[in-house]
Structures are given as C-alpha cells and as structure tokens.
Design a protein around this ligand. Structure first.
Ligand code: NDP
Length: 234
C-alpha cells in the first residue's frame, strides 16, 4: 500500500537517501529543504523546522498534494561544535531547537492526521553520539539523546492508535556533516567500528525503510543502530 510520506531535510545526505528509498517503495514523498535549490523528483517544500509556521505550511502542502503524511521521518539536524566551557548560548539553543524541539514540532503537527487514519510511522534520526557522548558535542549529543525520550514517549501516547515511533541511530555516515569533523577524530571513530569504515546514507535509509514498512507494525520505541559496530550495546 502506498502512503503519504514526509522527510525533513530531504535535499541532501541521509534525508535525500531516505526520500529516494521511500519513493522507490512506491510512497508519495514530500521533502522539506531549508536552503539551496529544491531537490527534484519529489514534492519539495521550503521549511525551517525551527519555525512553527513553516512546519505547518509544509504539512499543509503535503496534505493538499498527497494527503496527510502517514510516514514522517524527522531527519533535519545541525552541529555547532565546541567545548561546553566556551559554547555560546546561541549555539546551545540553535542545536537543541533544530534537532530536538524541531523534531517534536514536526511530530506534533504529524500526529492529528495519523490519529484520524489510525495508522502512522514516526522515525527520528538520532546519533550514536547521543549514547556515547562526544567531546565538543554536548549540545548535539544532548539533542540526540533527547530524541530517544521523545520517540519512546510518543510510542506510549500513540501506540493504541496504530502509530509506531522509533529511532534510527547512525554512526559515522558519509555526508556533508562529517566533513566538519576533525580528520583525526574521524579516523579514531572509524577505528572503533567493527567494519572499519564509514556508512553510506543508503544504509541508513534501509533501516528507515524497514521501520516504515507494514511488516514493522509491532516495532515501536526501538532504537536501531546503523553504526558499523561503533559503540555496540545501546
Ligand atoms: P547534512 O548536514 O548532510 O544534512 C542536514 C539536513 O538537515 C539538510 O537537508 C539541512 O538543510 C537540514 N536542516 C538543518 N537544519 C535545519 C532546519 N533548522 N530546518 C530544516 N532543515 C534543516 O546531514 P546528514 O544527512 O549527515 O544528517 C541527517 C541527520 O542524521 C541529522 O539529524 C544528523 O544529526 C543525523 N546523523 C548524521 C550522522 C552522520 O555521520 N552524517 C551521524 C549520526 C546522525 P540545508 O541543506 O538547508 O542545510
């Protein structure tokens, strides 16, 4: 069965791979993009998840074209790295607002349509750093750990209505985001993977594809690592 799907930050990196994979599964996919040109091949809506009106407008556009989103992948995220000692309030707020509050805002807007359908799939892109912690990434790790509490609380709030809420936990994935990492830190993290390499956006999209599939209807509150073995044991 094809569904209406919405992916935030779907213009590049993991979000784009997720959008392509959902479209490949036959779903009607809307993606949000914040800057740059609109990605082609999808219904693309400009949206900054820190702006509640923009989130509402993105959902309204998706609803008008595809029907209420039944699969919502909260992928948009940023880093603003520095040691906490020197971190500005602006960088603390920016990361928590985009990564955690933005995800909650998107999920809240998605919920009413899913409740009406009595079917829904919420997937949140967290990070292994939310579990292991990461020096210089207190804001980022806190935002990503917070997504687990958010997703699991939603699993409880919405489960009786046929809506699942799960988390995907990527390790080091080959996108623009890791080009900002110090190369020594990158090599150190790769050295701690069992597979000895970074992952691809498509490998993350495959986990999202499983969680959004009809067969995953009994999976909720789960945290699915896609880390190559980095930090096993969550
Ligand atoms: P990228 O930096 O390649 O892409 C981030 C995406 O999020 C872009 O589409 C960006 O839009 C969008 N975005 C950022 N801020 C906002 C905002 N305020 N409102 C709307 N959209 C926004 O990152 P990745 O593809 O690597 O990461 C995707 C997700 O996966 C993120 O949540 C990230 O934290 C997580 N992740 C990534 C890992 C990795 O190693 N790459 C590891 C673990 C987790 P724009 O193009 O306009 O900037």
């Amino acid at each position: 069965m094809t569904r209406s799907a919405l992916v935030t930050g779907g213009n590049r990196g993991i979000g784009l791979a997720v959008a392509r994979s959902l479209a490949g599964a036959g779903h009607r996919v809307a993606v949000t993009y914040r800057t740059g040109p609109a990605p082609s091949g999808f219904l693309a809506v400009r949206c900054d998840v820190t702006d509640p009106d923009a989130v509402d407008a993105a959902f309204r556009a998706a609803e008008a074209e595809h029907g209420p989103p039944e699969i919502v992948v909260s992928n948009a995220g940023i880093t603003r790295d520095s040691l906490l000692l020197g971190m500005s309030d602006a960088d603390l707020h920016a990361v928590l607002d985009a990564n955690l509050v933005g995800a909650a805002r998107v999920a809240r807007r998605a919920t009413s349509g899913m409740l009406r359908k009595r079917w829904g799939r919420l997937v949140f892109l967290s990070s292994i750093m939310g579990f292991s912690g990461s020096p210089g990434q207190t804001n980022y790790a806190a935002s990503k750990a917070g997504l687990v509490g958010l997703a699991r609380s939603l699993a409880w709030e919405l489960g009786a209505r046929g809506i699942t809420s799960n988390v995907v936990l990527p390790g080091l994935i080959d996108t623009d985001m890791i080009t900002e990492l110090d190369p020594r830190r990158r090599d150190e993290l790769v050295g701690r993977t069992a597979l000895g390499r970074v992952g691809t956006p498509e490998e993350v999209a495959a986990a999202v594809g499983f969680l959004t599939a009809p067969e995953a209807g009994f999976v909720t509150g789960a945290v699915v690592p896609v880390t190559g073995g980095l930090g096993m044991g969550q």
